[in-house]
Design a protein around this ligand. Sequence first.
Ligand SMILES: C[S@@+](CC[C@H](N)C(=O)[O-])C[C@H]1O[C@@H](n2cnc3c(N)ncnc32)[C@H](O)[C@@H]1O
Length: 290
Amino acid sequence: MTWEQTIECIRQDPAFADLVRDAYYESNLSANVERFRTGEEFKATISLIESIMPEATVVADIGSGNGMATLAWALSDYYVYSVEPDPSSTVGAGAIRRLLIDYNLHDKISVIESYGEDTSLPDELVDIVYIRQAMHHARDLERMMRECYRILRKGGVLLTARDHVIFDDNDKTLFLKAHPLHKYYGGENAYTETQYLDAITKAGFQDIKILRFYDSVINFFPLSEQDVSNMLKEKKNRIISSLRKRIGLLASFPLMQTFYLKYIKFDPSNVYNEKAVPGRLYTFIARKIV
Ligand SMILES: C[S@@+](CC[C@H](N)C(=O)[O-])C[C@H]1O[C@@H](n2cnc3c(N)ncnc32)[C@H](O)[C@@H]1O
């Protein structure tokens, strides 16, 4: 099946309803746009960009899919070059063109049907290169990063959001096996952190920062900030309730709880164990400093 056929197929299957909603694959394209632009992930993305480059006004959204992020940037008053190789009107450039008409945003968006390795955009055109869940699809990662560097203005920012990271070949096999759609269209992919970093560095980028899975809602959405902070509380509650079964009311005293957590060497970092998340998503931020 192609990617488009896969999405059309899972839209009909109630078992995939959550995935379709959370991945913004609904057939109502403007509903995807509205949920994405008002969600925690995009708010965190915009506030990150505003903190690094408040003067930015022009974005290239590479591998822009059905365009929900392109529209979100344009509705936040950025000019967007939306680069997407798939012509499909369900999941690709055709869908973005439909949204452009629905929102009447012809003066804020250009759609370019190209690969990220060769966008055909002029040199030093944009302030921000944004790539959401698409860098890991690069046929040639180094070439894509060189292209991003070329189209960025001096001082511009590369923001690659939500790319699958694997630790080694074995971890990649586990990730592809666990991926809910890979078995249908076979197009999923992931690289190691070192492979991403090498490609970004070789292209000339500097000041590279990594947001690992639990560092930001940009990665862990559809979990919310609140969900992630509750994970620690819930784990502690489970430990205390098992203690209560053994020593009764004594377990309600905060001092006893602190003592017990120390005694069992409770380590909060084990709660946020990204190794338990197959193909955990990372975000990379880098700058073109010349
Ligand atoms: C998982 S989708 C992400 C789409 C969108 N950015 C989003 O967040 O919903 C990956 C997208 O990358 C596109 N893609 C695949 N290979 C690409 C490449 N070499 N350069 C640019 N985009 C690519 C696919 O056509 C697809 O639309």
